[in-house]
Ligand binder design. Structure first.
Ligand SMILES: Cc1ncc(COP(=O)(O)O)c(C=O)c1O
Length: 372
């Protein structure tokens, strides 16, 4: 079997991640809700994993990271933190677009025809009404990594919040919230961080006014009828997913042992090879711009279509031959308007990780050639 659906969820999970779940099943109590050994084990585990994440994203104070159910939950918290108009982009996932549109008062910046977001366009879109820029670090359709350092600088100069969705880049592309001027970072645990589904998180910087999205038990200030306003409790209403957090910690360690720079290099090189091979076939439409070496990293995603064939049919044929990919719109409707793939059923998306090989790509290319 060749697994190329890591942008949906990563597979296989490292052995250490599986062991971390068992360890939590054997040891976890309810974190922050007791002083017995099991409750303390959980509290210490949460603290350890917060620190690991803080190290990965260069967050100064790990207590500014709260655990969420996934990136979508984190992004809903983030949208709820915004005042004024939100500037976002046409390359966003519905996890950004839907809460933003539901809230109202937003402006969507167009991308180029190949899905690039130009920092200057964001700069021009920011007006005195703007309170925040929310955007993805990388497209989940084309894999292109956007220049968030430059956009972060623009946001800082203009005095607006910079909120980044790193669902597709955490664990794959280096992220430094301090250097990149990121005020809020939303991540998921089950993709590049190799954790389980149902765990994610949010970093909230010191410039952001706290406004909880959900209220409920936190184990702290139990006698107060109001949600605490300090981090991380303000965003952790209800019992957190300690087993998922334990696994996430093992996933983060797995990534840091390999090295985030190395991860980035491996994803970019595989994607480059796939792109070069796919471009040799005139019967394929390959979407997104080319990425070259370290200067222009990529998350290992490539979207394409076999001319005249429904993407779902192509993915179905690949699945019958043991190749796991995803077809369709990938929850990014405006990206497909941009790439002109809205009327052809979207794209076939191949999303590789560092475990894929050039031989995997050769096999896939052979099958695509046969279909074409
Ligand atoms: C760019 C982007 N943002 C947000 C999400 C949502 O992540 P989750 O399903 O973990 O909430 C995804 C998931 O595919 C994504 O690709």
């Amino acid at each position: 079997m060749i697994y190329m659906d890591n942008a949906a969820t990563s597979w296989p999970k490292p052995q250490t991640v599986k062991e971390a779940v068992i360890e939590a099943l054997d040891n976890a109590g309810n974190p922050g809700r007791g002083t017995h050994s099991h409750a303390l084990w959980s509290s210490l585990k949460l603290d350890e994993v917060r620190r690991k994440l803080a190290h990965l994203f260069n967050v100064e104070d790990s207590m500014r990271i709260a655990f969420t159910h996934n990136a979508t939950h984190a992004l809903n918290i983030a949208v709820n933190l915004c005042y004024g108009q939100i500037v976002t982009t046409a390359m966003e996932h519905n996890s950004v677009l839907r809460p933003t549109v539901t809230r109202g008062c937003y402006h969507i910046v167009e991308a180029t025809k190949t899905g690039t977001i130009e920092p200057d366009k964001i700069k021009k879109a920011i007006t005195e009404l703007t309170g925040a820029v929310i955007m993805t670090h990388a497209s989940n359709v084309t894999g292109e990594v956007y220049d968030i350092s430059k956009i972060g600088e623009i946001c800082r100069k203009k005095g607006v919040l910079f909120i980044v969705d790193c669902a597709q880049t955490a664990g794959i592309i280096p992220i430094d919230v301090q250097k990149m001027n990121i005020d809020v970072l939303c991540f998921t645990g089950h993709k590049g961080l190799f954790g389980l589904q149902g765990i994610g998180g949010i970093y909230v910087g010191p410039n952001v006014r706290i406004k909880p999205l959900l209220s409920g038990g936190t184990g702290s200030h139990s006698f107060s009828l109001k949600q605490p306003d300090e981090l991380p409790d303000c965003f952790e209403a209800g019992t957190v997913n300690t087993h998922g957090i334990s696994a996430l910690g093992a996933g983060v360690s797995y990534v840091t042992r390999i090295g985030i720079e190395k991860m980035c290099e491996m994803h970019t090189a595989l994607r480059q090879y796939f792109y070069d091979e796919a471009k040799k076939m005139p019967k394929l439409d390959v979407y997104g711009g080319i990425s070259v070496g370290k200067e222009k990293p990529n998350t290992g995603i490539i979207s394409l279509n076999v001319k005249g064939k429904d993407p779902a049919e192509v993915a179905g044929l690949l699945a019958k031959n043991g190749i796991c990919v995803r077809a369709g719109y990938h929850c990014a409707p405006l990206a497909h308007k941009t790439l002109d793939t809205e009327n052809c059923g979207g794209t076939v998306r191949f999303s590789m990780n560092h475990l894929n090989t050039k031989e995997d790509i050769d096999t896939v290319i052979y099958m695509l050639r046969e279909m074409a």
